[in-house]
Write a protein that binds this ligand. Structure first.
Ligand code: HEM
Ligand code: NAG
Ligand code: NAG
Ligand code: NAG
Length: 496
């Protein structure tokens, strides 16, 4: 445990204090939940007998929250070794049941949303950020229609134009990095990807807002601050500073976006995502309201930003630790694009097969969403166990991505070549590799994410040589919802 930085301890202590201080409030919720759970299984002893094994704990109410919070992956792997593929434990009054390394994932990903429900677990986090009328605030049938609209907006013709937009933004952004130095690469990539994602997933008007006023960057930060574990664990009506900031920021941002939408409605159509949202209709023929378009724009930005920026940052650290891979990537750029490095073209991206495998391998070892979850609404049977309503059922890509039984003894090693000659479908069919989820809730942003990350790293590999600063490879920061690198400073030198 000596690698755990001080900060982590003090942060968990703070979280602990806050959580403890609000126990009184949540205990009410807990009792209600316990009551409803026991009511639903009463009179059915069979169900009770078949409950999954429970990890015992001695801390009332909080349960395993602290151990889990400090290193969830290790916690889950240890539990898996001890209890097998299905086990339950309590945290802050809720019961979580994990399915690990079993054939149980089929149950998870093939189930109906009425049985294993996403809104019940995600809405409290997303609705205050996106606003009402979209994503987990609406019945899943409607969200599926909204996802279909996103998919129409993310087509190959658009990707072709995205490539040069992203290339230009990346060059421009990294001009400020000078000849050599040590810098926070995660911060840089986060800032850059706000620009590229807003440019590609919204349109030029929203992108320009990020240059014109620093206000919108501040708003984005405040809104984003709403995506934290407190918002996950505590009731939303509590007057926490981060909640208040989030709510103010969303209202402000909504105002700015509404202006952009009205201006666009009144002017010539363009060929971008905003236009798709304005022009599309639901199955019944109605257009999306401005409120819904605002929510979808915010949702797209959030979904496209964090996932890609953490993946890009981790990739940088992996190829700095494995310098030969970085050099091979540089050679690949020359081979695919020509030594003079003319502007990138979409058709070149598919030939960057090593870069593709590096992204894939980064997503294996550091999948941005470490757990996907659902609320059990009707009893579920898996491997002879019955999981009752009220449990939050979880699958952790992070854990499954590093099981020796699937990936061999080198499961924890960064080795992009492990994907050579293995077709993506063979891996995903077994649900062994799930960075983008599966089934009805599957990600619609995979192709865009690959385009974005490939273009950014093509530019970076051509422009800089990276290395670990004094050998420092960041440990995972488990305090953030998406597992980011801790103190992500990297050393770089510009290639002539
Ligand atoms: C490296 C990049 C990304 C990763 C690793 C990722 C991962 C995921 C995962 C694991 C899910 C499934 C969640 C669940 O089952 O609970 C998901 C869903 C989704 N993602 Fe992504 N994502 C990425 C990029 C994006 C981008 C760029 C967009 C938007 C353009 C996006 C939009 C969505 C949407 C709309 C869903 C659907 C959620 C649902 O139906 O419940 N994602 N993503
Ligand atoms: C984990 O991987 C195993 C082995 O490939 C697979 O059978 C199982 O379905 C996966 N489970 C989960 C929960 O992802
Ligand atoms: C069409 O469906 C949308 C989404 O469910 C709804 O908001 C809208 O009111 C419906 N329009 C009509 C004319 O029924
Ligand atoms: C997986 O393999 C690694 C490397 O040999 C080893 O350190 C680790 O203990 C193994 N884990 C399990 C769960 O067998």
């Amino acid at each position: 445990m000596d690698y755990v930085p001080e900060k982590l301890h003090s942060q968990s202590a703070t979280t602990l204090t806050i959580v403890a201080a609000t126990i009184g409030l949540i205990i009410t919720l807990l009792t209600q939940r316990l009551k409803s759970t026991s009511a639903s299984v009463k009179g059915n002893d069979l169900v009770l007998q078949n409950l999954p094994p429970v990890i015992p704990h001695s801390v009332p109410f909080l349960g395993h929250a602290v151990a889990f919070g400090q290193d969830p992956i290790n916690f889950l792997k240890t539990a898996y070794d001890k209890y097998g593929p299905v086990f339950s434990f309590t945290m802050v009054g809720s019961t979580f049941t994990y399915l690990v390394g079993s054939d149980a994932s089929a149950l998870f990903f093939n189930s109906k949303n009425e049985d294993l429900n996403a809104e019940d677990v995600y809405s409290r986090l997303t609705t205050p950020v996106f606003g009402k009328g979209v994503a987990y605030d609406v019945p899943n049938q409607l969200f599926l229609e909204q996802k279909k609209i996103f998919k129409t907006g993310l087509n190959i013709a658009r990707f072709r134009t995205h490539v040069s937009l992203i290339e230009d933004e990346t060059r421009e952004y990294f001009k400020a990095w000078g000849h050599k130095g040590e810098r926070d690469i995660f911060e840089a990539l986060s800032e850059l990807i706000i620009l590229t994602a807003s440019r590609c997933l919204h349109g030029s008007e929203v992108r320009d807002l990020f240059t014109e006023s620093s206000k919108i960057s501040e708003l984005y930060k405040d809104l984003d601050g709403g995506f934290n574990q407190l918002a996950w664990l505590l009731p939303g009506w509590l007057p926490f500073p981060s909640f208040l900031k989030r709510d103010r920021a969303r209202l402000e941002m909504e105002k700015m976006f509404r202006k952009v939408i009205s201006a666009r409605r009144a002017s010539e159509p363009k060929d971008d995502m905003l236009q798709t949202l304005i022009d599309s209709t639901y199955k019944n023929g109605s257009h999306l309201t401005d409120q819904e378009i605002v929510g979808m724009l915010i949702g797209l930005l959030m979904a496209g930003q964090h996932t890609s920026s953490t993946t890009s940052a981790w990739l940088g650290f992996f190829i700095s630790r494995h310098k030969h891979v970085q050099e091979a990537l540089y050679e690949e750029q020359k081979l695919v694009c020509g030594e003079a490095f003319p502007p990138l073209a979409y058709d070149q991206l598919k030939d960057m097969t090593l870069l593709e495998r590096c992204i894939k391998e980064t997503l294996r070892l550091r999948p941005p969403l470490m757990t996907v979850m659902r609320m059990v609404r009707s009893p579920q049977t898996v491997l002879g166990y019955t999981i009752p309503p009220g449990h939050q059922i979880c699958v952790s890509p992070s854990v499954n991505h590093t099981l020796n039984s699937t990936w061999g003894e080198s499961a924890e090693e960064f080795d992009p070549d492990r994907f050579l000659g293995v077709s993506a479908t063979t891996i995903s069919e077994k649900f062994a590799y799930l960075p983008f989820g599966a089934g009805r809730h599957r990600c619609i942003g995979e192709f865009f994410a690959y385009v974005q990350i490939k273009v950014i790293w093509s530019v970076l590999v051509r422009t800089f040589e990276f290395e670990l600063a004094d050998g420092y490879f960041p440990p995972v920061n488990y305090q953030t919802m998406i597992h980011t690198p801790t103190d992500p400073v990297i050393r770089y030198r510009r290639r002539v």
